[in-house]
Design a protein around this ligand. Structure first.
Ligand SMILES: Cc1cc2nc3c(=O)[nH]c(=O)nc-3n(C[C@H](O)[C@H](O)[C@H](O)COP(=O)(O)O)c2cc1C
Length: 184
């Protein structure tokens, strides 16, 4: 199995009928996550012990899933080693994992992932676009800014918003609009 690459893979993680952007850390052949307490993803992993990493390139979906829920018809059931798991219907590729909790603190869950199945559904090319990359960055900052209103994060958000406006296409601009509404 080799869908995810060394470093941090910013995927959309599905757990039950929940989807959220999450980082999967691949180091020395092992897949790990750090999940801050309070997210649905952390709750579901603790309860069910599985997660699917969905590879998608839709900037709007990153923003939608970071700040809210998406309808159930965005998900497809997969049977993995006799367990029902759910992935995104429109994922270009996906990797299903079982999840073991290594450590739990009041702030976070540290999790090791074991790969169970991965499929490439379609191959599509994505020329590098700084607007898309900045949507990923701005969404990370915005999920934190929403909690603490840190002015330094607002400076980073404004910087990346400038890049999205300059380099993004219509989908990136729609994602930026939704993001700005979500933190206003
Ligand atoms: C690209 C990206 C990567 C993220 N990685 C993580 C992560 O590794 N761990 C985490 O707890 N939150 C991470 N977040 C924040 C969650 O997506 C955010 O808290 C979200 O609201 C959780 O949704 P949920 O409650 O549906 O799980 C990330 C956000 C983005 C945009």
């Amino acid at each position: 199995m080799g869908l995810l690459r060394p470093g941090i893979n910013e995927v959309i993680a599905t757990t039950e009928f929940n989807a959220a952007p999450m980082g999967i850390i691949m180091r020395d052949g092992a897949a790990r996550m750090v999940l801050f307490s309070g997210s649905h993803t952390a709750e579901n992993i603790e309860k069910n012990g599985w997660l699917v990493a969905n590879i998608v390139y839709d900037p709007l979906l990153y923003v939608k899933t970071a700040f809210g829920d998406i309808p159930h018809d965005n998900f497809i059931e997969e049977s993995i080693n006799g367990k029902k798991m759910y992935r995104l219907k429109d994922a270009d590729a996906w990797a299903a994992f079982t999840a073991t909790i290594d450590k739990k603190t009041s702030e976070a869950l540290m999790v090791t992932l074991t790969p169970r199945k991965e499929i490439i559904e379609r191959v599509s090319l994505h020329p590098v676009n700084r607007g898309f990359n900045s949507i990923i960055d701005i969404t990370v900052h915005a999920t934190r800014y929403r909690m603490n209103r840190d002015p330094e994060l607002k400076t980073l958000i404004d910087y990346h918003a400038g890049i999205v406006r300059k380099c993004g296409g219509p989908r990136e601009l729609a994602a930026l609009d939704l993001l700005m509404q979500s933190i206003s």
